[in-house]
Unconditional design. Sequence first.
Length: 188
Amino acid sequence: MTRDPRIDDYIAKAPAFAQPILAHVRALVHEALPEAEEGIKWGMPHFILGGRNVVGLAAFKAHAAVVIHHEDQSGEGMGSLGKLASLADLPPDGELVARIRAGAAAVGTPRPKRAPKPELPVPSDLAAALDGAPQARAVFDGFAPSHRREYIEWITGAKRAETRAGRVAQAIEWLAEGRKRNWKYDKC
């Protein structure tokens, strides 16, 4: 496992009492899960297997926390180990390594990636309108399949012929301007 320098920084900036707790648990995670990746999620150090969180660490003003994902988190404070103020508050190393490994086993295998959705055929009325507007055609053809799908589903979802014709006209206008279907929701 490679060490993420952001976690080194996080531990160095933690309150003095929390530094040995975080460093010790980090070493135990390295021992228990040598194949895990380190990263920062939600502003906290995390150890990740197959894209899934297994263990998280956090330091606060008066306590530290260790989150072993897939364990009951209903105890006092964040995480299943409660509020940790010193190394003595941690369970024995063997028990903690076993709990970390159990959390990793609960994560299981990585989720398989979904197959991409097949391309939708361009409806004839949209194709005819695109043929009459070369700028809109160029933009439409340059879009990712997901963006083309948004336009096609929007147009074919119309129940009335008048609505569909209006959507085709609106689509051509937006495409000529280079806009995606849901352009209103893009951040400025």
